[in-house]
Design a protein around this ligand. Structure first.
Ligand SMILES: Cc1cc2nc3c(=O)[nH]c(=O)nc-3n(C[C@H](O)[C@H](O)[C@H](O)COP(=O)(O)OP(=O)(O)OC[C@H]3O[C@@H](n4cnc5c(N)ncnc54)[C@H](O)[C@@H]3O)c2cc1C
Length: 413
């Protein structure tokens, strides 16, 4: 019996285990997944919790119910990987061996990494919505907030779902308007980037949407500390941004066990080949999803497209054949823009988000880089697709590789 051990039963780990269980002979392979708890959380849903449209019940399910029969779930926190012995040790002392290891432990917000962030104002006037507990606490704070400066802040890139802070501020703007409070609230978007987003065409479009909504942008802001007495963000070049309510996205980092095992870069991400997701140092270790260092967005959609390529490659690898699949960094993300509308962006390692239609070229029904109601409905429908199609590892009629069909090149656009 050979063992495939998967560290992390989140988006990527669950899809991998479920897909491979159907493809690997259960007399030859056991599949074991380790996670620190038994609660699978649908993280894209956190965005809607502060505004009261989703609650905990909409985003949490038991992990073991998300895994198909024949996949074993071990609940425990990974302490380290011993790459020489092909073994994984848990914090409680248990040890598990493996023939192949997949690291799918994602990335986690780390407010402890910025001085002053986790001080007495944490969850009083300083909030995050990248955790369920943070999103719930923010819902309560927002329900009492009726005037002042609301600052939305990104500490450092990369973060998972890099459009989520923009979505948050667009939703906040429309929510304040609905409540008749928009005139009483100053909205500020603080980012370490030089614009609204990482890629030029999308950045220009999203930037002009911020302007139209009278949201002030403080760009190139590298935060040094949070002054929780004077309630302001302070940058390394000594700029100050005061706030009454701060919604921050703390530094995102890979799991600490990755560092303890000598497997990570400075942010605990596992260096891999960007096309096969195989560790650059160990030929029995893959890292899939947010846990790796590929130059793509950290997003569930990237995890999904990457898993499609990984599964076929893995079967070739264990059969002793060369891996023929090549992941192209494909990402697609809905961007909620308020007033029941959203944009959609579709891109990969080489091509930035462009206008056009998706998934059917020229037909849609979704429109790329354009605010539409169909895109918003697509975002809402995605929760159903996540629980019922993606996580169980059912086939999705979308190509894993990005397509240029129906997209307008920058000259045409
Ligand atoms: C607010 C928000 C909105 C988002 N919106 C979108 C969106 O609209 N579209 C999109 O595509 N993506 C979105 N994402 C990103 C998406 O949720 C992640 O990119 C995706 O979940 C990554 O999958 P993963 O399997 O790599 O990591 P995760 O799903 O985070 O899973 C990692 C797992 O590893 C486990 N783990 C970590 N360390 C240990 C340890 N030491 N021991 C045991 N287990 C461990 C964790 O418990 C977790 O279950 C959003 C994220 C957030 C926070």
């Amino acid at each position: 019996m050979r063992t495939l051990l998967v560290l992390g039963a989140g988006t990527a780990g669950t899809m991998i285990a479920n897909k491979l269980r159907r493809r690997l002979d259960d007399h030859e392979w056991q599949i074991v997944v380790i996670d620190q708890d038994d609660q699978h959380r649908y993280q894209p849903g956190y965005l809607f919790i502060p505004f009261g449209s989703y609650s905990r019940d909409d985003v949490v399910r038991a992990r073991h119910d998300c895994l198909v029969d024949g996949v074993e779930l071990v609940v425990g926190e990974v302490d380290r990987v011993d790459v020489k012995a092909d073994r994984v040790r848990l914090q409680d002392g248990r040890e598990l061996g493996y023939d192949y290891l997949v690291i799918a432990s994602g990335t986690t917000p780390r407010p402890d990494q910025t001085p002053g962030m986790l001080g007495p104002e944490w969850r009083r006037s300083i909030f995050d919505f990248y955790t369920l507990e943070g999103a719930e606490a923010l819902a309560e704070a927002l329900s009492e907030f009726d005037h002042g400066r609301l600052v939305v802040h990104i500490t450092e890139m990369p973060i998972k779902c890099p459009v989520a802070p923009l979505e948050f501020i667009f939703l906040a703007e429309s929510w304040l308007r609905e409540k008749g409070l928009r005139d009483r609230v100053e909205l500020v978007f603080v980012t370490p980037m030089d614009g609204a987003f990482t890629q030029p065409i999308a950045s220009a479009q999203l930037g002009s949407m911020l302007d139209e909504r009278k949201i002030h942008v403080e760009s190139d802001f590298m935060v040094e500390r949070v002054d929780d007495v004077q309630k302001m963000l302070v940058s390394y070049d000594e700029r100050q941004v005061p706030f009454d309510l701060l919604v921050t996205v703390p530094l995102n980092m890979g799991a600490d066990f990755v560092a303890r095992s000598g497997l990570g870069d400075e942010l605990n991400y596992v260096p891999v080949d960007k096309h096969t997701l195989l560790s650059v140092e160990h030929d029995t270790i893959f890292a899939v999803g947010d846990a790796n260092d590929i130059p793509a967005s950290k997003a569930g959609s990237v995890a999904h497209f990457a898993v499609e390529i990984f599964v076929d490659n893995f079967l070739e690898q264990i059969a002793g054949r060369p891996m023929t699949g090549s992941f192209d960094g494909h990402a697609n993300c809905f961007v909620e823009s308020g007033d029941k509308k959203a944009l959609l962006i579709d891109f990969n390692y080489d091509t930035e988000p462009l206008p056009g239609k998706y998934p059917l070229p020229y037909v849609g029904p979704m429109s790329l880089l354009k605010e539409t109601r169909a895109n918003h409905l697509g975002k809402l429908a995605f929760r159903y697709v996540y629980w019922n199609v993606l996580l169980p590892g059912r086939p999705v009629p979308l190509p894993a590789h990005m397509s240029m069909a129906g997209k307008q090149s920058p000259k045409e656009a």
